[in-house]
Design a protein around this ligand. Structure first.
Ligand code: NIG
Ligand code: FE
Length: 410
């Protein structure tokens, strides 16, 4: 294997490094900047002129009209699904609500049926193809939830598919999350409490076998209560897993309080969030993951972004990729909607899909600084504000994970 260092120079290098941030450059951008990659890590970040002079031995990639950023980190996805719910989307656009769709056999349980019927190989194949498309959009790390199995064997099979895909270094790095409390399977016959207790048992083996790094629960009106989620998430904590929550998508039913109590890594959705809950999150250092594609699909009003800002809550932006409420694989689309519909600044959106997303997942990526893994994107775009426009097509020149290309423009 070649040990030749690589030097990438770009018109703008957007480091997202807090150590470089100034009021003028909140993203720590360097005009005519460059990075030097040695092995899988960044060795130097600085002015292109300096690095080019200091490292004549390095292999060079120069894009004076391009922008270099950390690789995008998608911190909330349900990417391990199979099957399609496109008809459900059409029903929703024609005015059908959540309940009506569920009665017509749609919703999470429809995906559960498809996933239960799929073999491990089929799941891996579908996931790998999806991850390649995500990489082509600039994504170098993806959190993937289970939650379409809803029985022990199938929840495990989904997580095994994530583990198998995670072995492939030519794909984004993966962070697996157990989401048993996503919906109630039909065989539970309405017993949410009993189902939560079973999930808390399954999680023992899942944690023992290293199949998940986080546990998540969908706490909402029409979903699970905070008390039911506590049964699973408190056990997850004892087993050394981190905690994330689907919280306040339709109503605040106590998920934010639970998140603060358990020291959750993030609360996701947050359309229905009070000032008091925001303050609690801010104090507990819980990040809010905003999912603008889901609220766009559901025709919802944005979350109270200004309240979150005032409470000092750090913001993450994610795709929520799923076959129902966020039928997309595109984190850049989520960023575009985050800016347009939620009023996020370009800096908030980009940090939410790089540094803040990585921090919420416990990853060392999301920042261009010496010592960090060389997970990065060279965009065919002149500046970072161009990244958050709704292109609808990939605008990357090169995507690298640990110093190796995982996608490039043809
Ligand atoms: O994040 N809110 C619950 N879960 C998903 C929807 C998943 C699905 O519809 O399959 C979400 O929006
Ligand atoms: Fe979700």
């Amino acid at each position: 294997m070649s040990t030749q260092p690589k030097l990438i120079a770009a018109g703008r290098v957007v480091t997202c490094d807090p150590g470089r941030a100034t009021p003028q450059e909140p993203l720590g951008a360097i005009e005519q900047g460059a990075v030097l990659i040695e092995g899988s890590c960044l060795a130097q970040v600085g002015l292109a002129a300096d690095l080019l002079r200091q490292h004549p031995e390095a292999a060079r990639i120069e894009h004076p009209d391009g922008t270099l950023t950390p690789g995008l980190v998608d911190a909330h996805t349900h990417a391990a699904w199979v099957g399609s719910r496109a008809r459900e989307y059409a029903m929703r656009m024609a005015g059908a609500g959540y309940e009506q769709i569920a009665q017509a056999g749609g919703g999470i349980v429809a995906s559960m049926r498809a996933v239960r019927a799929a073999s491990l190989d089929e799941m891996v194949r579908t996931l790998v193809a999806r991850l390649r498309r995500m990489a082509a959009l600039g994504v170098t790390a993806v959190e993937v939830k289970s939650g379409y199995g809803l029985d022990e064997a199938t929840e495990r099979r989904q997580l095994e598919a994530v583990a198998r895909a995670g072995e492939d270094a030519s794909l984004p790095r993966l962070v697996p999350t157990f989401l048993g409390l996503h919906a109630l399977p039909p065989e539970a016959a309405g017993d949410r409490h009993g189902y939560a207790r079973r999930c808390a048992e399954w999680i023992e083996g899942i944690a023992r076998d290293g199949l998940a790094r986080f546990a998540d629960a969908y706490v909402d009106r029409g979903a699970f209560s905070a008390a039911q989620a506590r049964i699973v998430l408190a056990r997850a904590r004892e087993l050394g897993l981190g905690v994330r929550l689907h919280a306040g998508q339709f109503a605040d039913v106590g998920a934010f309080e639970l998140a603060a109590e358990l020291g959750a890594a993030s609360v996701d959705h947050c359309e229905h969030l009070s000032e008091a809950a925001a303050l609690q999150l801010g104090e507990a250092g819980v990040r809010a993951a905003l999912l603008p594609v889901a609220s766009f699909t559901l025709g919802q009003a944005p979350p109270p972004v200004e309240t979150l800002r005032r409470a000092g809550v750090r913001l993450v932006v994610a795709s929520d990729a799923n076959p129902g409420t966020a039928p997309t694989e595109s984190l850049p689309l989520a960023l575009a909607l985050g800016v347009r519909s939620y009023g996020l600044s370009v800096a908030e959106a980009l940090l939410g899909a790089t540094r803040e997303a990585a921090a919420s997942l416990g990853l060392p990526t999301g920042v261009l600084r010496p010592g960090a893994p060389a997970d990065l994107v060279l965009w065919d775009l002149p500046e970072e504000s161009a990244i958050v426009q709704p292109w609808g097509v990939p605008r990357v020149r090169l995507v690298m994970r640990e110093g190796r290309a995982i996608a490039q423009a043809s």
